[in-house]
Design a protein around this ligand. Structure first.
Ligand code: ZN
Length: 164
């Protein structure tokens, strides 16, 4: 009984938070994508090949933004929610918002692999039909099973592993 009660409360909060936060997150991501597309550079032929091999259909639309800090929502309800979800815990090295791929300077590992990982997210975005379905699914997975166990995250890790 207690467990059932807890679960119901959990579902209630999850739905409430989702209803409040998801539209804000989608709005934020769309705006950030637009800005990124203006600032970023086009892919090199080499990167274009990697993007296609990760399943991106329209690789020519991708722009890479090399930055010292991956942009995350800092203020308001969304900033609070992304902190609670743990997105601020460790500074991410890459982030894909549709065709805008943000890469943080200073990555010590394989650059191709990092890019490939983000390109998988771009391919997921294309496959799912845009920012809203992509982001809602991603956030749902992160909030339920957690970031590293999320199937979308696992697909990105699996496909990009060892890419040269
Ligand atoms: Zn990822």
């Amino acid at each position: 009984m207690t467990q059932l009660g807890h679960r119901r409360t959990g579902v209630f909060w999850f739905n409430l938070v989702s209803t409040l936060v998801f539209p804000l997150a989608v709005q934020w991501a769309k705006r950030r994508q637009r800005k990124g597309l203006r600032q970023g550079r086009m892919l090199s032929p080499e990167e274009m090949r990697i993007a296609r091999s990760m399943g991106v259909r329209e690789a020519q639309r991708i722009r890479v933004i090399e930055t010292d800090r991956i942009p995350l929502p800092g203020v308001g309800v969304l900033g609070l929610a992304s902190r609670i979800a743990g997105f601020h815990g460790s500074d991410p090295w890459g982030m894909s918002l549709g065709y805008a791929v943000f890469i943080r300077n200073g990555w010590a590992g394989s650059r191709q692999e990092l890019l490939a990982h983000e390109f998988v997210h771009t391919a997921q975005f294309e496959r799912m039909g845009g920012m809203r379905p992509y982001l809602v699914q991603y956030l749902r997975e992160c909030l339920t099973v957690g970031y590293s166990a999320s199937p979308m995250e696992q697909e990105a890790v699996r496909l990009s592993l060892g890419v040269r």
